[in-house]
Each structure stands twice: as structure tokens, then as C-alpha cells.
Design a protein around this ligand. Sequence first.
Ligand SMILES: [Zn+2]
Length: 98
Amino acid sequence: MTTIRTTCSRCGDVELTTGDVGLELAGEGGEGRYRFDCPLCGATERRPANERVVSILLATGVSYEIVPMEEPLTEAEITRFVRELNEGDWFSELAASD
Ligand SMILES: [Zn+2]
């Protein structure tokens, strides 16, 4: 089973399976966000997902829904996402695991 490693804003590193993650897309094949319920604290977290992350998550079998993107990403979300991209290696691990 594919393990998706990400971080909870309260708990730090957490491991999820594809069933724990849902994608919220602005349209087919575009960018969006992924959503997960933290397995430790139960909080629902949302993170921006760029096109590459979206395609990787879809390839692992994560379910998705098309939702209206009313709120633009905040600067803080983008900053955090970029930092995680630089620090984290969750999707290289994701891409490697099968
Ligand atoms: Zn948590």
C-alpha cells in the first residue's frame, strides 16, 4: 500500500494511506488542494497541491472532487508549501513506494 507522508500543523510528520486523502480540484487535471484528517489529532488539514502533486496523488488512487476555488491560496499557505517542498521528500518517497 502506498504511504503518503505529510505533516500536520499540530503533530508534525504523519503517515497516511491513499484512503485518508482527498483531492479538491478546481477543474480536471489542474491544481488544487489535498485534504486529510490527521490520524493523531483528528484535525482536518488542507494543503495546496500543484499539478505534479495532483497527478501523483491521482495515480496512487486518491479520490477527488471538483470544488469551486473561492478562496485564493494565502501567502502563508504558499510559503509553507514551498518550504515543505524544499525540506520534505514525501513525494519522492511516495513516487518510489509501490
Ligand atoms: Zn495532527
